[in-house]
Write a protein that binds this ligand. Structure first.
Ligand SMILES: Nc1ncnc2c1ncn2[C@@H]1O[C@H](COP(=O)(O)OP(=O)(O)O)[C@@H](O)[C@H]1O
Ligand SMILES: [Mg+2]
Length: 261
């Protein structure tokens, strides 16, 4: 079965979407078969991968709302080795629809139970409490927490850690924290000692993932609907996301394969 990873932090603007896109693209470039699931009604991962959703395009909305809809019908191949279940503004209506369903926290797990064709599944999560968040928690085996070097992005983790505790108690299920991922790190300041201490206290010393430095090319690549490897393959962001992908593969126990093989 695939390795399943959710990218989560209740703070917006910490690099969840940027990480979903470029970690997925790096893993795909290293020969892994990757499925990205966009769970955010902003659809930024979908747009960032250059995928246009029309009124008739099936999305995660259709997968989760309709009991008879096979998830495969919403999978779009967007690059070599890289597939996407897209999202758009309709996904905002899912919270209400899920509310009246039995096993409402487990719909993603139920609907994607047959998703065995991929090596890795990455979930880009909205920065919000609610049923989509709980569905992601119950589906994914691992969590990555992007954090920016200011203390405020650490605050967004407390809510997620609270949810994990509740899920463990009520569903007897606990995702493994793969690590905190420092993003938008200014090389001159790097991670402040205060945040580093907080993260190490919370997650342990070996739970700091390879940091992603500040690189304006990430923003520009997303605007063009390209991954950083297409837009600026020699940029430091491409270098950092490749390093992160190696780090992740090592931590989840998937062997590396050389790019293009
Ligand atoms: N390492 C980085 N360097 C510079 N800008 C970044 C970096 N990572 C993300 N950004 C930019 O910051 C903004 C927020 O990132 P995003 O991934 O959308 O965050 P989230 O999904 O957590 O809301 C975007 O405009 C994105 O392009
Ligand atoms: Mg986002």
């Amino acid at each position: 079965m695939p390795v399943t990873i959710q990218i989560q932090n209740f703070k917006g603007g910490v690099g969840k979407t940027t990480t979903s896109i470029n970690l997925a693209a790096s893993l795909a470039g290293k020969g892994k078969k990757v499925l990205v699931v966009d769970l955010d009604h902003q659809g930024n991962t979908t747009k960032g991968l250059g995928y246009a959703v029309k009124d008739t395009t099936p999305t995660i909305f259709h997968v989760l709302k309709d009991i008879d809809f096979d998830f495969i019908g919403a999978v779009a191949t967007v690059r070599e080795n890289l597939d996407l279940i897209p999202s758009d503004s309709r996904t905002a209506g899912l919270e209400d629809i899920l509310h009246s369903m039995p096993r409402r926290e487990e719909m993603l797990k139920i609907k994607l139970a047959g998703a065995s064709d991929w090596d890795v599944i990455i979930l880009d999560c909205p920065p919000a409490h609610g049923l989509i968040h709980l569905n992601a928690l119950l589906f994914a085996e691992y969590i990555i927490f992007p954090v920016t070097p200011e203390v405020w992005s650490y605050d967004g983790l407390e809510g997620v850690l609270g949810s994990i505790k509740r899920m463990q108690k009520y569903f007897n299920y606990k995702p493994t924290i793969l690590g905190a991922l420092p993003t938008i790190v200014d090389e001159r300041y790097s991670l402040t000692d205060q945040v580093r201490d907080l993260l190490e206290q919370t997650f342990g010393k070996d739970k700091l993932l390879t940091p992603i430095r500040t690189d304006a090319k990430l923003k520009n690549s997303q605007k063009k609907g390209q991954t950083i490897f297409e837009f600026a393959p020699r940029s430091r962001a491409a270098e950092d996301y490749d390093r992160l992908a190696d780090d992740v593969l090592r931590r989840v126990g998937l062997k590396k394969k050389a790019r293009g093989k």
